[in-house]
Write a protein that binds this ligand. Structure first.
Ligand code: FMN
Length: 267
């Protein structure tokens, strides 16, 4: 076949396509384990960072060790508030519970009625991880709860860390979101996130009271302890944060669990 013929051109293109697709799919399959490990590392990093146990840029090996020493994951039934990590029937291998996958599994999640769906998530998994943070002496210091909800453009995925009074915020972070950089994307700004520390999420009746307000918090205001500055030019994202916290701290979120912890004392 002549090198200048149409047939040869097609042959070369076809060979190139097949060669490249084998290379790309081979790389994707071959690197899957490493990708999974990276994802797992990232999850651990986010949990440690919301609990204030690591600073940005901390080495991977350190992260693993600190996580091992200071964090204990438990699985909570969000409907009953019970801890079910040791329920062999439900979780023969608890470490493998994939909470994100459960959201789309009809047997492991439920539909949220629009009227109750403050976070705009449509479905909620029946079981959630809760991360218990201990100090160097093994004393419980914080509860880290996974949270998520709609902003303007995206679902924002994050964690809130509560102190053992189950009311004072120790930290808040959004590790995955698609809001506009510089506007709603400021939910990930360390300066904005720093404001959350010390705020109280519940009122005296143990109802969610925390609010991202429009504008700046007036420290003299009676409600200042429950208020955080709004993101300027991003009222919809700001409201999204308030609403998703109302949801996850409420009856369809972690409130049944937190209520039980309150009654039983620290666990
Ligand atoms: C290109 C573009 C991107 C925007 N991104 C966001 C966003 O990420 N979050 C948000 O709440 N509002 C965003 N807005 C603004 C909203 O449309 C809306 O005007 C705003 O939330 C109102 O907030 P304000 O009352 O603080 O101005 C964006 C607007 C434009 C034009």
């Amino acid at each position: 076949m002549s090198r200048d013929s149409i047939g040869f051109t097609f042959l070369v293109s076809a060979a190139l396509c097949v060669g490249c697709s084998i290379l790309v799919s081979g790389a994707a399959v071959g690197l899957r384990d490493r990708q999974d490990l990276n994802k797992e590392n990232e999850r651990k990093k986010n949990i440690l960072s919301v609990a204030g146990l690591i600073q940005p840029g901390e080495g991977a090996q350190n992260v693993m060790q600190i996580y091992e020493d200071r964090v204990k994951g438990i699985i909570v039934d969000l409907n009953t508030g019970k801890v079910v990590t040791d329920d062999q029937e439900l979780f023969p291998n608890p470490a493998e519970y994939d909470q994100k996958a459960a959201i789309d599994n009809p047997k492991m999640s439920m539909e949220i009625k629009p009227i109750d769906d403050l976070a705009g998530i449509k479905r909620r998994e029946n079981y959630s991880w809760v991360y218990l943070i201990n100090d160097e002496n093994g004393k419980l210091t914080q509860y880290v709860l996974p949270i998520r909800g709609k902003g303007l453009w995206s679902t924002m995925w994050g964690f809130i860390a509560l102190e053992t009074n189950l009311n004072t915020v120790a930290g808040l972070t959004f590790y995955e979101q698609g809001e506009t950089p510089g506007l709603g994307g400021e939910v990930d700004n360390p300066k904005w996130k720093a404001q959350w520390k010390g705020k109280e999420v519940y009122n005296k009746e143990f109802e969610p009271e925390i609010e991202v307000i429009k504008g700046s918090v007036n420290p003299e205001s009676a409600n200042a302890i429950h208020e955080v500055d709004g993101l300027s030019g991003a009222t919809i994202t700001s409201r999204g944060v308030t609403h998703l916290l109302d949801f996850w701290l409420g009856n369809l979120g972690f409130r049944p669990y937190l209520e039980q912890v309150r009654e039983q004392g620290e666990k």
